[in-house]
Design a protein around this ligand. Structure first.
Ligand SMILES: [Zn+2]
Length: 75
């Protein structure tokens, strides 16, 4: 992450970085709980099928954005 132009979430004003989208952002709690329950990224990737994560991201409309962020941050 280089800090430039990070979009923030309308609901709770958090930065829309991968960990907030997948774990923390309160705006997505309802959708998230229908697909998985994880307390941090490590648990998510260890215990949750990536299929559920992708379905969640599609539902909230952030699939491609999160994918781009993920590649930037973790690849
Ligand atoms: Zn948020």
């Amino acid at each position: 992450m280089n800090g430039e132009d990070v979009p923030s979430c309308v609901a709770c004003d958090c930065d829309l970085i991968v960990e907030y989208i997948l774990i923390e952002c309160k705006d997505f709690v309802g959708a998230r709980q229908r697909y998985y329950n994880a307390e941090n990224l490590q648990q998510l990737f260890q215990e949750i099928s990536v299929t559920y994560v992708f379905d969640f991201l599609h539902e909230i409309g952030l699939f491609y954005r999160t994918l781009v962020l993920f590649v930037q941050d973790y690849m």
